[in-house]
Design a protein around this ligand. Structure first.
Ligand code: ADP
Ligand code: 5GP
Length: 205
């Protein structure tokens, strides 16, 4: 006697989500996402390429792929970047191949990228999920950026100036998460991902 094969009513979504996270430098993206990755399974963090200099402790291939301007431009020309942008005088971009590979393998891929790049991804991958992490206030953003102590004063001023425009673009995102507390911001993003994975549209081809 052969056992009856159970046919599920719904196939689980086969492709992982593409989650785009932006927010001003110092808003706490890295801090919140680190906690999320420590607690949530099935995620992949896309390592970006940049022409900016590594900060103390940063390693090539870990936080970023550190490239020269020439190397970066070659990758753009060869179509290797899913998106790229110039931010405070440096190039930043998302290598295309890892994102596609990991999503196909069913992992939910997080891109931590600035606004111009996020808008490019929204256009080329309309099924992506866009999340803006906002600091509670301008004063708190400045405190966090200065408190982190990773940039000299002129770079901090440039980033705070850039932040004004970024906050003005928050309404282009589907979700806004105010990071006044790391744990609650992490929980909100975790809930967004869980809900997005249950969307009807993710169950159909
Ligand atoms: P980003 O990745 O957005 O540039 P970071 O994650 O590096 O920002 O955070 C900037 C600074 O703010 C860090 O020193 C971090 O410890 C601090 N920080 C992050 N989230 C919070 C929070 N909710 N409350 C207080 N400080 C925070
Ligand atoms: P940082 O120099 O602080 O690491 O990053 C500066 C800004 O560049 C942040 O807003 C960060 O999210 C963004 N960024 C990092 N990687 C990428 C990327 O691959 N593409 C784009 N467009 N922005 C990125």
């Amino acid at each position: 006697m052969s056992e009856a094969v159970e046919t599920p009513f719904f196939k689980r979504p086969r492709k992982g989500l593409l989650i785009v996270v932006s927010g001003p430098s110092g808003s706490g993206k890295g801090t919140v996402l680190k906690q999320l990755f420590a607690h949530r399974k099935g995620m992949f963090y896309s390592v970006s390429a940049t022409t900016r200099a590594p900060r103390p402790g940063e390693e090539d291939g870990k936080q970023y792929f550190f490239l020269t301007h020439g190397e970066f431009e070659k990758k753009i020309d060869e179509g290797d970047m899913l998106e790229h942008a110039s931010y405070c005088g440096n190039y930043y971009g998302t290598p295309r191949s890892a994102v596609e590979e990991k999503r196909t393998a069913g992992l939910d891929v997080i891109l931590e990228i600035e606004v111009q790049g996020a808008m490019q991804v929204k256009k080329s991958c309309p099924d992506c999920v866009t999340v803006f992490i906002a600091p509670p206030s301008a004063a708190e953003l400045e405190r966090r950026l200065r408190g982190r102590g990773t940039e000299p004063d002129d770079v901090i001023r440039d980033r705070l100036e850039t932040a004004k425009g970024e906050i003005g673009s928050a309404d282009k995102y589907e979700y806004i998460v105010v990071n006044d507390n790391v744990e609650s911001a992490e929980n909100i993003i975790d809930s967004i991902i869980t809900a997005e994975k249950s969307k009807t549209s993710r169950f159909v081809d």
